[in-house]
Design a binder for this molecule. Sequence first.
Ligand code: NAP
Length: 271
Amino acid sequence: MAVDLRSRIEALKSRGVEPTLALVRMGERPDDLSYERTAKKRAASLGLSTKPYVLDDLAPQAAVQATLQSINYDKTVHGCLMFRPLPSFLDEKALCNMLSPEKDIDGISLASLASVFTDSSDGFPPCTAQACVEILDFYKIPLVGKHVVVIGRSLVVGKPVSMMLLRRNASVTICHSRTENLPELCRTADIVICAVGRAHAFGKEYFRAGQTVLDVGINFDAAGNLCGDVDFGAVEPVLGPEGAITPVPRGLGGVTTSVTMAHVVQAAEAG
Ligand code: NAP
C-alpha cells in the first residue's frame, strides 16, 4: 500500500496538488496526542502534509464549528480527522455532520455512514472498519457465506464493519453487552471481530481452532501496558495453525493509519 501511495502522492505533487490532512484536536488528551503523533509521522513518511488545528478543551460549539467551516472552505486541505470523543458539553453529532462529505475521510458524518449502510460508493467509510476489511482481504480470508461475529455496535467500528462484510456476502451476527451466550456464539464463527474497549475481556472460552480474530480494542492493562480486547497469550494457541489473530499493539492500529492516509490521497485525487 505504501509504495502505491507514495507514487500517487508524487503524481499529485507533479500537478501542483499538495495532499493535506487537517488534524483537529481539542485539549491535550494523551490518546489524542499519541494518535496525532502517529498520524503526523506516517504522513511525513509518505510525503503527505498535515495541518494541525488545536482548540482549547473548553472551546464552545461555535468555535469548533468555525474551525470545521474553515476546513470545508480551505481548498488546500483534502481530508479532516477530528479526534473524538469531543468534550461532553458539545453536540458531537452536529459537529460531525458539518464536515463536507468529500473531506470526511474517517466517515463520521451521517452522509458518509448512510453510504456504508446503503452500499453506496459515495464518500469514505470509517477508517477502522475499512482496516478490518483490508486485513481480511490482504490475508485472503474467505468471506462469502462465512459467519462473522462482530462484538460491539458503535458507529465507529461495529456497525459499519458489519455492513461492509454483509455487502461482501458474509453472514454477520452483531453482538453487544446484552448478548446472551456470547462465548458459544463466538465459537460458531469463522471470523470474530472484537471492538469493545475492555482489556483482555475475551479469553480462550470464546474461541476454537481455525478462527480468524481481529482485535480492534485499544486498552491498557493493570500494569499500564497497551493491550487489546482479547487475551492474546491465552487465545493464540487455541486458534492453532489454521487460525490467526491480530496483535495489539502492531495490529489494526497501523492499518487504520494507512487507510486514513489512503483516503486523503483519494480525496486529493478527486478534488
Ligand atoms: P464504544 O463506542 O464504547 O462501543 C463499545 C461496544 O462494545 C458497545 O457496543 C458495547 O455494547 C460493547 N460492549 C461493551 N462491553 C461488552 C461486553 N462485555 N461484551 C460484549 N459487548 C460489550 O467503543 P468503540 O468506539 O466502538 O471502540 C471499541 C474499541 O476499539 C476501543 O478500545 C477503542 O479504543 C478501539 N478503537 C480502535 C481503533 C483502531 O484503529 N484500532 C479505532 C477506533 C476504536 P453496548 O452497545 O450494549 O453498550
